[in-house]
Design a protein around this ligand. Structure first.
Ligand code: LIP
Length: 262
């Protein structure tokens, strides 16, 4: 896809994500009235997730009818296109339902197994992250860079967890961080985990298994901000998910060893 076509999608998609954020925010403000279903262990979906995804897919499909889609709630649609939009309508759904303002709309575009466009928007904090491959990463229009952390004992890691992986694995990564005097936190949103690593608020994000819709946008945003990231899309990551390790280049060797990622 040429730069003109990509730029067109980048600008259009930013408008779509802003509008999707307002759709989600309106429902967040009346979240007690929402229908919520359980998808699995501590894994929920609300009518807000569905409404938001339907809007995003509808708007993008109308503008780019040849593109393919993969959404957390709707799955794969219009398969076969050169470009695939990957959507998490509300990442951090558990926070959203509980009224914790740590959730976002996440939209990525993948071409040839690479994230080339990424947009992450938290409409509560009005933080809008965006990146196009080769054009840098931005937060509310201001260029962002990863932190300068060099050593684990001066670092803060954001660690994700879900019951898709054994509890002991997560306990081991927490223990390894603490033994290395590395601070850690868990916020419950992989997309914001990638964004906070991209703008240096954390020195990295790690989760033993995550889905493409949680990280497709964050991968290009963080890499354009200078992060070192494992090859998430290798080995069918787009359909099966994979581990994600995103951090400052200096911390990568130590963290890859801890996480057992080559
Ligand atoms: C969440 C991810 C998080 C992971 C959770 C869940 P959701 O996505 O962002 O990193 O630990 O299990 O997958 O369900 O809020 O879109």
């Amino acid at each position: 896809m040429d730069q003109t076509e990509l730029g067109l999608r980048y600008r259009f998609a930013q408008g779509v994500v802003r509008e999707a954020g307002q759709i989600a925010l309106e429902r967040y403000r009346r979240r007690d009235s929402l229908t919520i279903e359980r998808k699995g262990r501590q894994d929920f979906v609300s009518e807000a997730d569905k409404a938001c995804e339907e809007f995003v897919v509808g708007a993008l499909l109308k503008a780019f009818p040849a593109d393919a889609f993969l959404g957390e709630e709707g799955g794969a649609q219009n398969a076969g296109g050169e470009a695939t939009w990957i959507i998490d309508p509300i990442d951090g759904t558990t926070n959203f339902i509980a009224g914790i303002p740590v959730w976002c709309v996440s939209l990525g575009l993948v071409i040839g197994g690479k994230s080339v466009l990424g947009i992450i928007y938290n409409p509560v904090t009005e933080e809008f992250y965006a990146a196009q491959e080769g054009e840098g990463a931005f937060l509310n229009g201001k260029r962002i860079r990863v932190s300068s952390a060099q050593k684990l004992d001066e670092a803060r890691m954001h660690l994700g967890f879900s019951y898709r992986r054994p509890i002991q694995e997560h306990v081991s990564s927490v223990t390894a961080c603490l033994e290395a005097s590395c601070e850690y936190a868990r916020f419950g949103s992989g997309a914001l985990g990638m964004a906070f690593a991209a703008d240096g608020r954390f020195d990295g994000y790690y989760e033993a298994h995550i889905n493409a819709w949680d990280v497709a946008a964050g991968i290009v945003i963080a890499s354009e901000a200078g992060a070192s990231i494992n090859d998430f899309f290798a080995g069918g990551g787009i359909s099966k998910g994979n581990p994600i390790l995103c951090c400052t280049p200096a911390l990568a060797p130590q963290l890859r060893e801890i996480a057992g990622i080559s």
